[in-house]
Design a protein. Structure first.
Length: 107
């Protein structure tokens, strides 16, 4: 069986600011989910991953939902040619409102 090529995952420098108020357990969960969900087939739509359909602040990007009740949102962009995923932002969706850092974001 052929081994799948692993994608490289990097984080935008702003992501540190987005997650500064997260608990250590939340950061561990996010790191694990990002590794599991985005290291091998980030370009395949699933129940937790989907391309964003409308133009938004992230341009052409995808969304990963994870965590308890899928409250965390990880926004990322890919380059299939070089198998690279760049994490653009990480936020929390509460009662239908998305927060990235301390800002309310409309998608």
């Amino acid at each position: 069986m052929a081994k799948r090529k692993k994608w490289t995952v990097t984080f935008d420098e702003k992501v540190v600011e987005h997650t500064k108020d997260f608990q250590l357990s939340q950061l561990r969960l996010l790191r694990h989910e990002i590794h599991v969900q985005l290291s091998f087939q980030p370009d395949v739509e699933t129940q937790q991953r989907k391309p964003l359909s409308r133009p938004n602040v992230f341009g052409e990007a995808w969304e990963l939902r994870c965590g308890p009740e899928n409250k965390f949102r990880v926004f990322y962009r890919m380059s299939s040619a070089v198998k690279h995923v760049k994490i653009l932002a990480i936020g929390v969706k509460l009662k239908g409102i998305l927060y990235i850092g301390d800002k309310e974001i409309e998608l």
